[in-house]
Design a protein around this ligand. Sequence first.
Ligand code: PGA
Length: 245
Amino acid sequence: MRPFIAGNWKMNHTPSSGKKFAEELVPRIKSLGADIVIFPPFVAIPSLYEVTKGTSLKIGAQDFYWEEKGAFTGEISAEMLKEAGAEYAIIGHSERRNIFGESDELVNLKLKTAVDSGLKPVLCIGEKLAERESGRTKDKIKFQLDAGLSGVSTEKVIIAYEPIWAIGTGKTATPQQAEEIHCFISEYLDERVKILYGGSVKPANAYQLMTQSHIDGVLVGGASLKIDSFYDIIRNGIKAFEEKN
Ligand code: PGA
């Protein structure tokens, strides 16, 4: 098993700064035993693809719309993203759900489209602080899995467990807290699905998190924007996997 390390750039990096990042990263990760994916803003996908095509660095989109085409001003389809070079797509990130009001029904439609169109989906789920504090974490997770995955074969789906209270806050779930939920998800789905942890992952905590047996990798926001910290997370993930395999 190899760690799966993903960088979610959110609304950061332009086509040119993203391309420069990829040009530097590709030779550094060339012979490393990890699956590495970057999720740049839509407009940077083609320029990153230009330098990553045929290399071990893969590209994904942070979102898309589920319809094939038509009058949906401002939206982008799975086919368009695939043609631009995206192989993966994040679906249902908590920022999409909370800032842009995406519902579980919409998340489910996107998952179905991703699977049908061959875009590999990374489904994000996670509880808010109030839900954790009132002991409702597992209910929330169950609800999001049921709603998001309804009618979808989980075979090709990657799950990212991202407790909302840990995203961009510097407050990471402890490896034990994360492992407990990862274990719960894998038992609940009753299938060997890849489960990533996300929420304030940095070089300093990546190793401990990835030594946990149900943590298959990480989805990194802030710490993926600088090449050195992203590279350190990759190295720490590889080290953790060498030890637990
Ligand atoms: P963060 O973001 O690493 O900056 O907390 C993670 C995410 O939102 O995927």
